[in-house]
Design a protein around this ligand. Sequence first.
Ligand code: ATP
Length: 232
Amino acid sequence: MLHIDDLVVRYGSAVAIDGLSLHVEAGEMVALVGPNGAGKSTLINTVTGLLSPASGSVRCEGRVAQVPEGRQMFADMTVEDNLLLGGWSIRNRDLSEVFDLLPDLAGMRRRKAGRLSGGQQQMVAVGRALMARPDLLAIDELSLGLAPLVVAELAGHLRVLNRERGTAVLLVEQEVGLAFDVCARACVLEAGRVVASGPSASVAKSDAVRRAYFGDLGQEEAGQATMTEAVT
Ligand SMILES: Nc1ncnc2c1ncn2[C@@H]1O[C@H](COP(=O)(O)OP(=O)(O)OP(=O)(O)O)[C@@H](O)[C@H]1O
């Protein structure tokens, strides 16, 4: 349902995405991992239309919604009003669907978003994106600054969302263990390219992941990072 082909994205003369192709099937959960500056956020922001390609194409058959890095709450607005903003493009905006999936939000609907904990705010950010009834949910750093228990609860909600509604998920995540656990498939980005792709359990053992997170390959091997490692 998401087709990204030969994508190039630039900031001025700097190339952030460098000829990247990636395809996501309907209902698939795909993790995007890689070192700082690899282009993960740029890719997500291009998928959701916040950035435009310099060349190549991004085509999505269905609605996309984003959970942005840092949550981006409207702090002085209530939880309910934050949620309603997420559904601005929907004719009959109905909070009940989101409350069914994230029941804790119903109890905090009248509270100011800025008064909530980080985990509660992240739940609002997920709920706000779900108000658009997306076919693809693009999440930039689910776990950022959150306690492991809170992250585990959010991950559980994502699994239910995927299982019960068939929503596809593109998850950018620094916590690779979490990303591989939640998503059946993973792609490793380096310097704006996909350098490994396949089932998460296999990608977890790939050279690309060792290079990105453990730095335990020699210079010579690191220099060979430009070819895609197809992991099966
Ligand atoms: N607004 C910007 N202006 C110029 N260059 C940018 C901008 N945003 C990102 N970049 C550059 O584009 C490249 C990709 O950045 P991006 O934030 O997409 O990577 P990332 O994989 O999400 O990194 P991180 O894990 O640190 O968030 C990096 O070299 C970064 O410095």
